[in-house]
Design a protein around this ligand. Structure first.
Ligand SMILES: *[C@@H]1O[C@H](CO)[C@@H](O)[C@H](O)[C@H]1NC(C)=O
Ligand SMILES: *[C@@H]1O[C@H](CO)[C@@H](O)[C@H](O)[C@H]1NC(C)=O
Ligand SMILES: *[C@@H]1O[C@H](CO)[C@@H](O)[C@H](O)[C@H]1NC(C)=O
Ligand SMILES: *[C@@H]1O[C@H](CO)[C@@H](O)[C@H](O)[C@H]1NC(C)=O
Length: 209
Protein backbone atom coordinates (compact mmCIF):
# COMPACT_ATOMS: atom_id res chain seq x y z
CA UNK A 1 0.00 0.00 0.00
CA UNK A 2 2.67 2.47 1.20
CA UNK A 3 4.92 1.77 -1.74
CA UNK A 4 1.98 2.04 -4.11
CA UNK A 5 1.09 5.42 -2.64
CA UNK A 6 4.69 6.64 -3.02
CA UNK A 7 4.74 5.59 -6.61
CA UNK A 8 1.44 7.34 -7.27
CA UNK A 9 2.71 10.48 -5.64
CA UNK A 10 5.90 10.38 -7.76
CA UNK A 11 4.03 9.99 -11.02
CA UNK A 12 1.66 12.72 -9.89
CA UNK A 13 4.66 15.01 -9.28
CA UNK A 14 6.22 14.13 -12.63
CA UNK A 15 2.90 14.70 -14.37
CA UNK A 16 2.57 18.07 -12.66
CA UNK A 17 6.10 19.11 -13.65
CA UNK A 18 5.45 18.04 -17.21
CA UNK A 19 2.17 19.93 -17.46
CA UNK A 20 3.73 23.00 -15.81
CA UNK A 21 6.52 22.95 -18.38
CA UNK A 22 4.04 22.49 -21.17
CA UNK A 23 1.90 25.39 -20.05
CA UNK A 24 5.01 27.59 -19.69
CA UNK A 25 6.00 26.80 -23.27
CA UNK A 26 2.49 27.58 -24.44
CA UNK A 27 2.51 30.88 -22.57
CA UNK A 28 5.81 31.90 -24.19
CA UNK A 29 4.60 30.96 -27.65
CA UNK A 30 1.33 32.77 -27.06
CA UNK A 31 3.12 35.94 -25.92
CA UNK A 32 5.40 35.84 -28.98
CA UNK A 33 2.38 35.44 -31.20
CA UNK A 34 0.66 38.42 -29.58
CA UNK A 35 3.78 40.59 -30.03
CA UNK A 36 4.10 39.60 -33.69
CA UNK A 37 0.42 40.25 -34.31
CA UNK A 38 0.68 43.67 -32.64
CA UNK A 39 3.71 44.64 -34.74
CA UNK A 40 1.91 43.50 -37.87
CA UNK A 41 -1.20 45.42 -36.89
CA UNK A 42 0.75 48.66 -36.30
CA UNK A 43 2.62 48.22 -39.58
CA UNK A 44 -0.74 47.84 -41.28
CA UNK A 45 -2.16 50.90 -39.49
CA UNK A 46 0.68 53.02 -40.84
CA UNK A 47 1.01 51.68 -44.34
CA UNK A 48 -2.52 50.72 -45.31
CA UNK A 49 -3.71 52.75 -48.24
CA UNK A 50 -4.47 56.39 -47.46
CA UNK A 51 -2.30 56.55 -44.41
CA UNK A 52 1.11 58.25 -44.39
CA UNK A 53 1.27 60.23 -47.60
CA UNK A 54 4.18 61.72 -49.47
CA UNK A 55 3.79 64.52 -52.02
CA UNK A 56 6.39 66.55 -53.83
CA UNK A 57 4.79 69.98 -53.60
CA UNK A 58 7.45 72.11 -55.23
CA UNK A 59 10.52 71.66 -57.38
CA UNK A 60 13.05 74.19 -58.53
CA UNK A 61 15.55 73.12 -61.16
CA UNK A 62 18.00 75.89 -61.99
CA UNK A 63 20.66 73.81 -63.67
CA UNK A 64 20.48 70.51 -65.50
CA UNK A 65 23.25 70.31 -67.95
CA UNK A 66 24.75 67.15 -69.42
CA UNK A 67 27.77 67.50 -71.64
CA UNK A 68 28.77 64.59 -73.87
CA UNK A 69 32.33 65.95 -73.80
CA UNK A 70 33.09 64.79 -70.26
CA UNK A 71 29.83 62.89 -69.52
CA UNK A 72 29.16 65.11 -66.55
CA UNK A 73 25.77 66.16 -65.36
CA UNK A 74 25.69 69.55 -63.66
CA UNK A 75 22.57 69.91 -61.58
CA UNK A 76 20.86 72.12 -59.07
CA UNK A 77 17.53 70.79 -57.89
CA UNK A 78 15.59 71.85 -54.78
CA UNK A 79 12.47 69.96 -53.73
CA UNK A 80 9.76 70.31 -51.12
CA UNK A 81 8.33 67.00 -50.01
CA UNK A 82 5.35 67.05 -47.68
CA UNK A 83 4.93 64.08 -45.36
CA UNK A 84 1.51 63.74 -43.77
CA UNK A 85 0.75 61.46 -40.83
CA UNK A 86 -3.06 61.50 -40.65
CA UNK A 87 -3.18 58.88 -37.93
CA UNK A 88 -4.99 59.81 -34.72
CA UNK A 89 -2.89 57.73 -32.33
CA UNK A 90 0.36 56.69 -33.93
CA UNK A 91 3.42 58.94 -33.96
CA UNK A 92 6.37 58.18 -36.21
CA UNK A 93 10.09 58.47 -35.61
CA UNK A 94 11.91 59.01 -38.89
CA UNK A 95 15.31 57.76 -37.72
CA UNK A 96 16.94 57.79 -41.11
CA UNK A 97 15.88 59.62 -44.27
CA UNK A 98 18.03 59.09 -47.32
CA UNK A 99 16.93 61.07 -50.38
CA UNK A 100 18.23 59.83 -53.74
CA UNK A 101 17.85 61.63 -57.06
CA UNK A 102 17.81 59.60 -60.28
CA UNK A 103 17.95 60.53 -63.94
CA UNK A 104 17.17 57.82 -66.50
CA UNK A 105 17.65 55.12 -63.89
CA UNK A 106 21.01 56.42 -62.69
CA UNK A 107 21.48 57.91 -59.27
CA UNK A 108 23.20 61.26 -59.46
CA UNK A 109 22.98 62.42 -55.85
CA UNK A 110 22.16 61.30 -52.31
CA UNK A 111 21.31 63.55 -49.39
CA UNK A 112 20.77 62.42 -45.82
CA UNK A 113 18.12 64.53 -44.13
CA UNK A 114 17.77 65.37 -40.44
CA UNK A 115 15.85 62.73 -38.45
CA UNK A 116 12.66 63.91 -36.74
CA UNK A 117 9.64 62.78 -34.79
CA UNK A 118 6.22 63.33 -36.30
CA UNK A 119 3.24 63.43 -33.98
CA UNK A 120 -0.20 62.27 -35.01
CA UNK A 121 -2.21 64.36 -37.45
CA UNK A 122 0.82 66.36 -38.48
CA UNK A 123 2.48 67.36 -41.73
CA UNK A 124 6.21 67.90 -42.13
CA UNK A 125 7.91 69.43 -45.17
CA UNK A 126 11.30 68.05 -46.15
CA UNK A 127 13.48 70.19 -48.38
CA UNK A 128 16.28 68.20 -49.98
CA UNK A 129 18.65 70.16 -52.22
CA UNK A 130 20.71 68.32 -54.83
CA UNK A 131 23.52 70.37 -56.23
CA UNK A 132 26.79 69.46 -57.87
CA UNK A 133 28.08 67.39 -60.72
CA UNK A 134 28.20 63.66 -61.39
CA UNK A 135 29.67 61.44 -64.06
CA UNK A 136 26.82 59.60 -65.81
CA UNK A 137 27.13 56.86 -68.38
CA UNK A 138 24.27 57.61 -70.73
CA UNK A 139 23.84 55.55 -73.88
CA UNK A 140 23.10 57.27 -77.19
CA UNK A 141 19.36 56.69 -76.67
CA UNK A 142 19.58 58.30 -73.24
CA UNK A 143 21.46 61.26 -74.68
CA UNK A 144 18.87 61.83 -77.37
CA UNK A 145 16.19 61.62 -74.68
CA UNK A 146 18.11 64.25 -72.75
CA UNK A 147 18.26 66.45 -75.84
CA UNK A 148 14.52 66.21 -76.45
CA UNK A 149 13.78 66.93 -72.80
CA UNK A 150 16.09 69.92 -73.03
CA UNK A 151 14.11 71.16 -76.01
CA UNK A 152 10.85 70.67 -74.08
CA UNK A 153 12.34 72.37 -71.03
CA UNK A 154 11.10 69.63 -68.67
CA UNK A 155 13.19 66.78 -67.27
CA UNK A 156 12.00 63.45 -65.91
CA UNK A 157 13.74 63.07 -62.57
CA UNK A 158 12.84 60.58 -59.89
CA UNK A 159 13.19 60.89 -56.18
CA UNK A 160 13.54 57.87 -53.94
CA UNK A 161 13.38 58.06 -50.18
CA UNK A 162 14.85 55.21 -48.18
CA UNK A 163 13.47 55.45 -44.68
CA UNK A 164 14.05 53.78 -41.38
CA UNK A 165 11.19 54.45 -39.01
CA UNK A 166 9.71 53.45 -35.69
CA UNK A 167 6.09 53.73 -34.70
CA UNK A 168 4.98 55.07 -31.34
CA UNK A 169 1.62 54.08 -29.92
CA UNK A 170 1.19 55.44 -26.40
CA UNK A 171 4.34 54.30 -24.59
CA UNK A 172 5.00 51.42 -26.97
CA UNK A 173 7.65 51.91 -29.65
CA UNK A 174 7.86 49.41 -32.47
CA UNK A 175 10.39 49.21 -35.27
CA UNK A 176 12.40 49.36 -37.32
CA UNK A 177 10.46 49.40 -40.55
CA UNK A 178 12.27 50.27 -43.76
CA UNK A 179 9.79 51.58 -46.30
CA UNK A 180 10.94 52.97 -49.66
CA UNK A 181 9.13 55.83 -51.35
CA UNK A 182 9.30 56.62 -55.04
CA UNK A 183 8.26 59.83 -56.77
CA UNK A 184 8.37 60.23 -60.55
CA UNK A 185 8.72 63.93 -61.29
CA UNK A 186 8.47 66.15 -64.33
CA UNK A 187 10.58 69.15 -63.46
CA UNK A 188 10.69 72.30 -65.60
CA UNK A 189 14.07 73.96 -65.97
CA UNK A 190 14.32 77.51 -64.77
CA UNK A 191 17.01 79.21 -66.77
CA UNK A 192 18.07 82.71 -66.00
CA UNK A 193 15.16 83.06 -63.58
CA UNK A 194 12.42 82.22 -66.08
CA UNK A 195 10.62 78.92 -66.49
CA UNK A 196 11.12 77.28 -69.86
CA UNK A 197 7.96 75.17 -69.56
CA UNK A 198 4.75 74.86 -67.56
CA UNK A 199 5.13 75.16 -63.80
CA UNK A 200 5.76 72.10 -61.65
CA UNK A 201 2.67 70.23 -60.49
CA UNK A 202 2.33 68.59 -57.10
CA UNK A 203 3.13 64.92 -57.50
CA UNK A 204 1.99 62.06 -55.29
CA UNK A 205 4.60 59.47 -54.35
CA UNK A 206 4.13 55.72 -54.08
CA UNK A 207 5.42 53.06 -51.78
CA UNK A 208 8.07 51.01 -53.48
CA UNK A 209 7.72 47.53 -52.02
C1 LIG B 1 9.86 75.07 -50.29
O1 LIG B 1 9.32 75.62 -49.11
C2 LIG B 1 10.01 76.75 -48.61
C3 LIG B 1 9.37 77.16 -47.30
O2 LIG B 1 7.99 77.11 -47.35
C4 LIG B 1 9.97 77.86 -49.65
O3 LIG B 1 10.71 78.97 -49.21
C5 LIG B 1 10.56 77.35 -50.97
O4 LIG B 1 10.44 78.33 -51.98
C6 LIG B 1 9.84 76.07 -51.40
N1 LIG B 1 10.33 75.57 -52.67
C7 LIG B 1 11.49 74.94 -52.89
C8 LIG B 1 11.73 74.43 -54.23
O5 LIG B 1 12.32 74.80 -51.98
C1 LIG C 1 26.63 73.46 -69.50
O1 LIG C 1 27.86 72.76 -69.55
C2 LIG C 1 28.77 73.22 -70.55
C3 LIG C 1 29.98 72.33 -70.51
O2 LIG C 1 30.29 71.95 -69.20
C4 LIG C 1 29.12 74.70 -70.23
O3 LIG C 1 29.95 75.18 -71.25
C5 LIG C 1 27.84 75.53 -70.18
O4 LIG C 1 28.14 76.85 -69.78
C6 LIG C 1 26.87 74.93 -69.19
N1 LIG C 1 25.63 75.65 -69.22
C7 LIG C 1 24.97 75.98 -68.14
C8 LIG C 1 23.68 76.71 -68.34
O5 LIG C 1 25.37 75.69 -67.03
C1 LIG D 1 3.31 69.33 -35.74
O1 LIG D 1 4.58 69.14 -35.18
C2 LIG D 1 5.29 70.33 -34.91
C3 LIG D 1 6.67 69.98 -34.45
O2 LIG D 1 6.64 68.94 -33.52
C4 LIG D 1 4.50 71.15 -33.88
O3 LIG D 1 5.17 72.36 -33.65
C5 LIG D 1 3.11 71.42 -34.42
O4 LIG D 1 2.34 72.08 -33.45
C6 LIG D 1 2.43 70.11 -34.81
N1 LIG D 1 1.14 70.42 -35.44
C7 LIG D 1 0.02 69.80 -35.11
C8 LIG D 1 -1.19 70.17 -35.88
O5 LIG D 1 -0.03 68.98 -34.20
C1 LIG E 1 19.30 86.91 -67.99
O1 LIG E 1 18.38 87.87 -67.53
C2 LIG E 1 18.92 89.19 -67.43
C3 LIG E 1 17.85 90.08 -66.81
O2 LIG E 1 16.65 89.44 -66.65
C4 LIG E 1 19.36 89.66 -68.81
O3 LIG E 1 19.92 90.94 -68.71
C5 LIG E 1 20.38 88.70 -69.35
O4 LIG E 1 20.75 89.06 -70.69
C6 LIG E 1 19.83 87.28 -69.37
N1 LIG E 1 20.88 86.36 -69.80
C7 LIG E 1 20.70 85.41 -70.71
C8 LIG E 1 21.88 84.56 -71.04
O5 LIG E 1 19.60 85.23 -71.25
Amino acid sequence: MGSKNGCGCCSCLCGCLFSCLLSLIFQILFTLLIILALAGFIFWLIFRPNEVKFHVTDASLTQFNFSTGDNNLHYNLALNVSVRNPNKRIGIYYDRIEANAYYQGQRFDTETLTPFYQGHKNTTVLSPVFQGQRLLTLGSGDVSKFDSEKTDGTFGVSLRLNLRIRAKLGWIKIGHFKPKIKCGLKVPLKSNGTLSAAAFETTKCDFDL
